[in-house]
Design a protein around this ligand. Structure first.
Ligand SMILES: Cc1ncc(COP(=O)(O)O)c(C=O)c1O
Length: 403
């Protein structure tokens, strides 16, 4: 099984290609939670995520014959870019198989880091099948995204950095997809100090580890559904599951709405952009998914910042809705001149700013002489939402809150 010595040995290798990322005390999140919160900003890693650490350690420890043959992997996300850059920095050829519908931005980024991108298959599973064919046909080494001890050891160097920068750390909170990241970090931390608590976090729609721990055996989900695409994994690895059972203290889950709130709060208050998987540990802390003491020193590991811009727009709106900063509602007006003006007047009297308005006299959902109005409003929190809705209702409008 993976041991502290493996992570320590990975340290120098990883330093060849990767950054020691910052650990920042967060006044905002400390004040919000009562804990002593320090953010591990792995979002500032090369390629925008931690994957380059594991890929570097794996490639550096391959026999010369494998390095000459090159590596192959399948990924539509951060692993693709990590492998691409690690391999090119070490002068090793890399082929990355991505599903045919992979976002063009990710394909371009992976190519720009020096890998040959092969587009094959309708989804990740089919891309992985094709990558295994290349492994057989071309004798390339298949570089697994998580269930490989040298990969885990590389990711574990994050744990060493946290300890070096904050020796008094009490709890580290880590996202889990296939489990390679947390296996490495937990091995490093527990090996150095068994009293440090390691909390794993999954998305509710991809909670294979939480389910596997409850059942006592690895569970493979039929499907996954979460905005945190970096951890949308159907199952945990065989090796990583054994390590998690022994070295991770607890595993909790967070919902997509909670992830959206954490992501937008971090962006607004911390001026830091993370992807869904990157926001998951902070969501677990903000929504108190695990117990902690006042002033406990806690490090949420924010491990990736590669978010699609369309997804970011969706997540921001979801985050604003959850915090009462965005309100979409529908109501019905009598279709006569001035009716819309009266409605807008009430919104103005209650300081609700209009983002968008749709006025439909032809809607089949309303009577012939009525019009349906849908409004997107900027609001200032849950109490303000309540105030606006009540004001409209007091003036006789029937209000449907849509989001
Ligand atoms: C940003 C981010 N965080 C966390 C993880 C989880 O890592 P693991 O699959 O090793 O559990 C991933 C995996 O791709 C990721 O991209």
């Amino acid at each position: 099984m993976l041991e502290l010595a493996d992570v320590l040995a990975a340290r120098d290798r990883v330093a060849e290609t990767s950054r020691h990322t910052p650990l920042d005390y967060s006044h905002t999140f400390s004040a919000m939670t009562g804990a002593d919160v320090h953010l591990k900003l792995e979002t500032f890693q090369r390629t925008g995520a931690f994957k380059i650490r594991g890929a570097t350690n794996r490639i550096a420890t391959l026999p010369e014959s494998d390095r000459e043959a090159g590596v192959v992997t399948a990924s539509a996300g951060n692993h693709a870019q990590g492998v691409a850059l690690a391999a090119s920095r070490m002068g090793v050829s890399a082929k990355v198989v991505m599903p045919e519908n992979a976002p063009i931005s990710k394909v371009k980024a992976t190519r720009s880091y020096g890998a040959e991108v092969v587009l094959a298959g309708a989804d990740y599973d089919e891309a992985a099948e094709h990558a295994h064919e290349l492994e057989r046909e071309e004798g390339r080494y298949y570089l697994h995204a998580f269930d490989d001890e040298m990969v885990m050891a590389g990711q574990g160097t994050i744990g060493l950095e946290i300890l070096e920068d904050l020796p008094g750390v009490e709890t580290v909170v880590v996202p889990i997809g296939g489990g390679g990241l947390i296996s490495g970090i937990a091995t490093a931390l527990k090996g150095k100090n068994p009293d440090i608590r390691v909390v794993g976090v999954q998305a509710e729609g991809a909670s294979s580890v939480a389910e596997s721990l409850r059942k006592g055996e690895r569970v493979v989900r039929d499907s996954v559904d979460t905005i945190a695409d970096g951890i949308a994994t159907r199952t945990v690895g065989e090796k990583t599951f054994e390590i998690i059972k022994q070295r991770v203290d607890e595993v909790v889950t967070v919902g997509d709405d909670e992830i959206a709130v954490a992501l937008t709060t971090l962006l607004e208050r911390g001026k830091t952009l993370v992807e869904g998987a990157g926001a998951v540990p902070l969501a677990a802390l903000l929504f108190e998914k695990f117990d902690f003491d006042e002033d406990e020193t806690i490090v949420p590991a924010l491990c990736g910042g590669n978010i699609d811009m369309n997804m970011l727009t969706t997540v921001i709106v979801r985050g604003l809705v959850e915090t009462g900063r965005y309100l979409r509602l529908r109501t019905v007006l009598h279709d006569r001149p001035g009716a819309l003006e009266s409605l807008v007047g009430i919104l103005s009297d209650n300081s609700a700013n209009i983002y968008a308005i749709q006025h439909d006299r032809t809607s089949r959902d309303v009577a012939m002489n009525d019009a349906e109005v849908e409004l997107d409003l900027e609001t200032r929190g849950h109490a303000h939402v309540e105030q606006v809705v009540t004001a409209l209702e007091d003036h006789g409008y029937e209000v449907d809150v849509l989001v």
